[in-house]
Design a protein around this ligand. Structure first.
Ligand code: WTA
Length: 631
């Protein structure tokens, strides 16, 4: 297990040591884990292919470091306090020993269904214990999990299943979210009509709603585990074997499958969890992210469980039965560490302080924020009303591709500045570059955020398309990993993330590519062309604004908007619905046909008088029309 840094002095020394001799630094960290065979070489890398390998030749199974380890040392310690959507339904406390047993049994089910090391398994489930068990069971037998957030549409699921050529899907009958009950299995049935590789579907029971079961393909979870032989012998894996694929949006094309490998991901998620959160024995950690996103992978499933933490896993939503739900959960389990997203903070703020005042929140020691820039107002509210000015807020910057937190305060160690992610973790070497790729030296500079040296959990490839990985992250600036974020380094050397500089929109902490939303809009039969931009949104951070050109039709604008929304819900899911759709007769384009998004962004922001130079436009008139119709 990783021993956390204890003081700012120690951080400074650790950071210097990690830069002077990265291999030695990470060797020492990796030595804290159980390996079946020690690695022969610590690191080989280049950012031009790119090709990064950590702990080369090392053999291990990540689940031995979670299950075998903690089930032996602290068998009766609670690993997961599972809290139901419905506060009146009893939750479940799962100890490390029970988790070990349940994962081994379910791993046995996967084996019995013929699933082998290296096979891809898609998981589309609500936040129930079986989801965490499913993830770990895949890792136990060496299958590569691809968790798909259970809010994506059937069509989005089918794309991901087909891209990964998954052999199995793990799902549930339905799910509870607030007052709603959602038909999960029915969505999988629809998706799988377009997927030929899936041979097995395992269905956990949650809602008890009737579902169709396809003979020879679909099996009930509880029946399957009754006849399974537990896998106590964890599969021996190579350090660089893939652990999982997680799909995420970029500025072009369809979402891509980010691939993380076992050894480096294990070392870095445990390392960053221990250091950033400063979790100590007896603490109770609560991360509100869904396992369907990277935060749920790294800081719900892997990081905390590797460190033997006790945590809360919550099935429901923050506003059910009322907007005090998170606070009531914190009091119920005496949560010490609370990790959430700015969008949740802003949304809960808007319900007024009385929702918070009912609860004591006195157990809290550390607060965390992730997913998007946290504005100062939300930071202060979080600090005053939730942390009672007594809890450090760790503003953790990272990405699906980075696997773990790269820039963040260490709780109670790093001096804080509201809305600053502050300093890099040991081993992390950020650089800021200007548009030409010139590295900006010194402090008080602003540019594009890159990394010049690999850390253990850096993305290895994009599944099935290595060239795409190279183009997206390693080609903009030679020999640098490009994050897609703009960033400022202040006079003290502190980092402040300014937001995306590419065509990625961050809505409530969820990433969407503008191209991805546009192509869903364009599927509506009357649409000729569309352009999507992000704009500042009070609660969501960014809202989605779509400009759409339609063919001549008898439908009125409301009808068109409805059909466009339907198309997005069908192709991506309700989470990608634009906040505003403006029907236009043209788009501002340059003579070479490129859409001038800068102008569209200004209009979306409501900044109509500062559109800048429009003289190079093919048809400057169109700007006037768009301004007039602005929503
Ligand atoms: C943004 C989520 C500011 C950023 C872990 C990044 C942040 C993208 C922060 C990755 C933060 C994440 N401050 N911005 N603390 N954390 N971001 O892949 O733009 O879903 O590139 O990973 O979220 O989103 P992703």
């Amino acid at each position: 297990m990783i021993k956390a840094i204890q003081s700012f002095d120690e951080y400074t020394r650790a950071y210097a040591a990690s830069i002077a001799d990265p291999e030695k630094y990470w060797d020492d960290q990796a030595a804290q884990f159980i390996w079946k065979k020690k690695w022969d070489k610590t690191l080989e890398w280049n950012f031009s292919d790119p090709d990064v390998k950590w702990f080369i030749g090392g053999k291990l199974n990540i689940t031995e470091n979670i299950l075998d380890r903690h089930a032996t040392k602290t068998p009766d310690k609670v690993a997961i306090h599972w809290e139901s959507n419905n506060p009146d339904e009893a939750g479940k406390d799962i100890t490390y020993k029970q988790l070990y047993e349940q994962v081994c049994v379910f791993a046995g089910v996967l084996k019995q269904k013929g699933i082998k090391k290296g096979d891809r398994v898609c998981i589309y489930m609500p936040m129930i214990p079986e989801l965490a068990i499913a993830v770990l069971a895949c890792a136990r037998i060496g299958a590569i999990h691809s968790v798909i957030f259970a809010g994506f549409s059937a069509s989005a699921v089918a794309d991901r299943v087909n891209d990964a050529k998954a052999v199995a899907v793990l799902t549930s009958d339905g799910s509870f979210r607030g007052t709603k009950s959602i038909a999960v299995k029915a969505l999988i049935d629809e998706a799988l009509q377009q997927c030929e590789t899936v041979k097995t579907v395992l269905v956990a029971k949650r809602t008890g709603d009737a579902v169709a079961m396809k003979d020879g393909r679909d099996y009930w979870w509880d029946e399957a585990i009754a006849g399974a032989t537990p896998v106590y012998e964890a599969e021996e894996m190579d350090s660089e074997d893939p652990l999982f694929i997680l799909y995420t949006s970029g500025s072009t094309g369809k979402p891509k499958g980010v691939v993380h490998t076992i050894g480096g991901y294990m070392v870095y998620t445990a390392f960053s969890f221990a250091n950033v959160f400063q979790y100590n024995e007896g603490d109770v950690y609560f991360c509100t992210a869904d396992i369907g996103w990277i935060t749920g992978h790294s800081y719900l499933v892997y990081g905390p469980l590797l460190q033997g933490a006790t945590q809360v896993m919550f099935e429901g939503i923050p506003t059910y039965p009322d907007a005090g739900r998170f606070w009531s959960i914190i009091d119920k389990y005496a949560v010490t560490h609370f990790y959430t997203a700015p969008t949740a903070i802003r949304s809960l703020m808007s319900f007024g302080d009385t929702m918070v005042e009912k609860y004591s929140l006195k157990s809290l020691k550390v607060l965390g924020s992730v997913g998007e820039p946290i504005n100062e107002e939300a930071w202060h509210w979080f600090n005053e009303h939730i942390g009672k000015k007594n809890c450090p807020i760790v503003d953790t910057w990272w990405q699906t591709e980075t696997g773990g937190i790269l820039i963040s305060p260490l709780a109670s160690i790093t001096p804080l500045v509201p809305s600053y992610a502050t300093l890099p973790l040991p081993g992390v070497q950020p650089v800021l570059v200007d548009a030409n790729g010139t590295v900006l030296e010194g402090n008080n500079v602003e540019g594009n955020l890159c990394m010049k040296f690999p850390w253990p959990s850096i993305i290895r490839t994009t599944y099935g398309d290595h060239e795409r990985c190279k183009q997206t992250y390693f080609s903009t600036y030679p020999n640098l990993y490009f994050t897609g974020d703009g960033c400022k380094r202040d006079e003290k050397g502190y980092y402040r993330i300014m937001g995306r500089v590419d065509d990625v929109i961050n809505v409530s902490g969820h990433r969407f590519g503008t191209a991805e939303i546009e192509s869903a809009i364009n599927e509506q039969a009357d649409v000729i062309e569309s352009a999507v931009v992000g704009y500042p949104h009070e609660v969501k951070g960014q809202g989605i604004y779509a400009y759409v050109i339609c063919d001549k039709t008898d439908k009125n604008e409301d009808q068109l908007r409805k059909e466009i929304l339907d198309s997005i819900v069908k192709l991506i899911g309700p989470i990608a619905k634009p906040d505003k759709i403006q029907i236009v007769t043209g788009l501002p384009k340059t003579r070479s046909g490129k859409i001038m998004r800068r102008i569209l962004r200004k209009v979306a922001e409501g900044d109509l008088n500062n559109l800048g130079d429009t003289s190079t436009l093919l048809d400057p008139e169109i700007v006037e029309e768009i301004k007039k119709g602005a929503l």
